[in-house]
Design a protein around this ligand. Structure first.
Ligand code: SAM
Ligand code: SF4
Length: 335
């Protein structure tokens, strides 16, 4: 069977249709961003990570169930061996409208062309600072020059759209907001600013103290640019404005100041095969167990996914002042 029939939609108990899956292909990463990981991380042993074949089978099941958009993420997805082959297999699934990738950009110089050829049309690249020292402090191991070269390579590879993502922390990189807007705007790229989410324990900073709201970011941008509100949505949690001077868009993902759960259309698959029904809750089912105990049986896999809709929670309960109630870090979440 190929594309889904009307009866195959994934609809949860709150009437929300799930059409978007974010698939984490690894929890490993060449960076150690201070808001995402602790410095000393233990990664999942390889035997517990889904194989590329298992990942492709699960993606196929989702597309047969009406999922139209898949984002490959991690960890850093481009450090997973043969990930481009997986992406080509997923891009060819009948019924999939869009395959996208979120990356830290470190591997794009060598991989951008292959990703475009594999069928990836849009990229999100994370970039929190244009200052090499500050970039190193935030990522702990990252080299800004590699990422900037990667962004240039991605521009040359001809993706339909490249968007920048930046997490902004007060007194760490909030002064980077304007340079980042200028960087993205001058290249015709949209940029999304993300409020830090309390996923996993980190030792670098107190998340409540480092909170810098979307409203503060917007105020900073308006000191130099004219923001025109727009009702445009891309089906995700971001709210957008257009920058009059550049014609590009700025998105705000504001889990604290503007909750976006009512229109949630997505689920996440961790690299271990746990299907997370909500970014900010622990409700999940174990799809690795399903694929490994029923090899080749896509109908059983689809039935497990259908059943999971009944436990998708209404929304997250993020609270910056309490200890994290979610112990998994963003790299293990498929952010
Ligand atoms: N490694 C890739 C990257 O950095 O783009 C993909 C995975 S990363 C987990 C996906 C996105 O999540 C990045 O844009 C990153 O900045 C964001 N992120 C990580 N930890 C976060 C947190 N605690 N709160 C908000 N966003 C976070
Ligand atoms: Fe790696 Fe992305 Fe997490 Fe940074 S945000 S540590 S690049 S997974």
């Amino acid at each position: 069977m190929s594309a889904s029939s009307a009866s195959e939609k994934l609809v949860d108990n709150f009437g929300r249709e799930v059409t978007y899956v974010r698939i984490s292909v690894t929890d490993r990463c060449d960076f150690r961003c201070v808001y995402c990981m602790s410095e000393d991380m233990t990664f999942v042993p390889r035997a517990r990570i889904l194989t590329l074949e298992e990942l492709a089978r699960i993606a196929t099941a989702f597309v047969q169930l009406g999922v139209e958009k898949i984002r490959i993420t991690g960890g850093e997805p481009l450090v997973r061996c043969n990930v481009v082959k997986l992406m080509a297999d997923i891009a060819n699934l009948d019924g999939l409208r869009e395959l996208t990738l979120t990356t830290n950009g470190s591997q794009l110089t060598r991989m951008a062309g292959g990703l475009r050829a594999a069928g990836v049309r849009r990229l999100n690249i994370s970039l929190d600072s244009l200052d090499p020292d500050l970039f190193r402090r935030i990522t702990r191991t990252g080299k800004l020059a590699h990422v900037l070269q990667g962004i240039d390579a991605a521009c040359a590879a001809g993706f339909d759209k490249i968007k920048i993502n930046a997490v902004i922390l007060k007194n760490r990189n909030h002064e980077e907001v304007l340079p980042l807007v200028e960087f993205a705007g001058s290249r015709g790229m949209d940029i999304t600013f993300i409020e830090e989410m309390p996923l996993g324990a980190i030792e670098d900073h107190d998340r409540a103290e480092a909170y810098y709201s979307s409203d503060e970011i917007r105020r900073d941008i308006q000191t130099r640019y004219t923001l025109v509100p727009t009702t445009e949505r891309t089906g995700g949690p971001a709210r957008y404005c257009r920058v009059l001077e550049t014609g590009t868009r700025i998105g705000f993902i504001s889990p604290h100041s503007h909750n976006f759960c009512a229109t949630c259309n997505r689920v996440r698959l961790t690299a271990e095969g746990r299907l997370l029904l909500c970014l900010g809750q622990e409700h999940s089912i174990d799809l690795r167990q399903v694929v490994r105990s029923h090899p080749g049986d896509i109908e059983t896999l689809k039935e497990a996914i259908r059943q999971s809709m009944s436990i998708k929670p209404r929304g997250h309960d993020f609270n910056l002042t309490e200890k994290p109630i979610i112990f998994r870090h963003m790299n293990a979440t498929g952010g």
